[in-house]
Design a protein around this ligand. Structure first.
Ligand SMILES: [Zn+2]
Ligand SMILES: [Zn+2]
Length: 204
C-alpha cells in the first residue's frame, strides 16, 4: 500500500457510508482551513462554513468530509450550502478571519482517471466498488501535501452576522405542538406553527 501523508479516522468513513475520494478531499480542505486560520475543530457554533457546492455527484461527499474535520455541521446550523455547484468552501471565525479553499482542478482531473470512476460511471454505487480500487484513489489524495491539493485565499473584509437564536417555544393554537417562537405566524388572532398556518391560509 502507498504510504500517505495524511490519515483519516475510520469513523469518518463509517459516518459517510462508503469509501470515496471526495470525502477525504473535503476532510483535508477542512483541516487545511483550520491550520490556515490557526483554530481548532469547532465544538459549538462559533465557526461558520459557507460551502459553494450543490446537489451534484461528489459534492455532498466533499461536504461530509469538511464537516467531519471542522465540527461545523449542517445540524448545528453553522454549515451553509450556497448551491453554486463548485467545490470550494469559505471558513470564517470572527476575530480570526476568513479563508476560501478550493481543490486544484488538476487534482480533480487526476482523480477522475483512477479506476474508481470507471465503476462509478458504469453506475456502480461507491459502496460496491472493490475496496482496493477505492483505496487506490483515496491514498492518492492522502499522499499529497495541502499545497499540492488546494488553492487558498484569505478574504479580508468577510463578515457574517448569524440571526439571533431563541430558546422559547410557543404552543400552536391549532395542533398544540410546541414550536420555536421565531417560526410562529399569527393568523386571525391565532398563533400557528408553519404547517397549521399553511392549512388555514389555504382554506380561504
Ligand atoms: Zn462519498
Ligand atoms: Zn400547528
Amino acid at each position: 500500500m502507498q504510504s500517505t501523508r495524511h490519515e483519516i479516522p475510520e469513523w469518518a468513513f463509517e459516518f459517510h457510508g462508503h469509501r470515496c475520494p471526495a470525502m477525504p478531499l473535503g476532510y483535508l480542505a477542512g483541516k487545511y482551513a483550520l491550520k490556515l486560520l490557526g483554530i481548532d475543530k469547532e465544538k459549538d457554533t462559533g465557526t461558520y462554513i459557507f460551502s459553494e457546492t450543490g446537489d451534484e455527484h461528489h459534492q455532498g461527499c466533499f461536504d461530509d468530509g469538511v464537516q467531519i474535520a471542522t465540527g461545523c455541521t449542517y445540524g448545528k446550523g453553522n454549515y451553509k450550502r450556497l448551491e453554486y455547484g463548485k467545490m470550494a468552501i469559505v471558513v470564517y471565525k470572527p476575530g480570526k478571519g476568513a479563508v476560501r479553499i478550493r481543490p486544484k482542478p488538476e487534482i480533480l482531473d487526476a482523480c477522475s482517471k483512477f479506476e474508481f470512476f470507471k465503476y462509478r460511471k458504469s453506475g456502480v454505487p461507491a459502496s460496491q466498488v472493490p475496496r482496493d480500487v477505492a483505496d487506490e484513489v483515496i491514498n492518492y489524495v492522502l499522499s499529497k501535501d495541502f499545497d499540492e491539493l488546494f488553492y487558498y485565499e484569505f478574504l479580508k473584509d468577510f463578515t457574517y452576522n448569524p440571526s439571533k437564536k431563541t430558546m422559547t417555544r410557543i404552543v400552536c393554537d391549532n395542533c398544540g405542538e410546541p414550536t420555536y417562537e421565531n417560526y410562529i405566524k399569527i393568523f386571525n388572532g391565532k398563533k400557528l406553527c408553519p404547517r397549521c398556518y399553511e392549512i388555514e391560509r389555504n382554506k380561504r
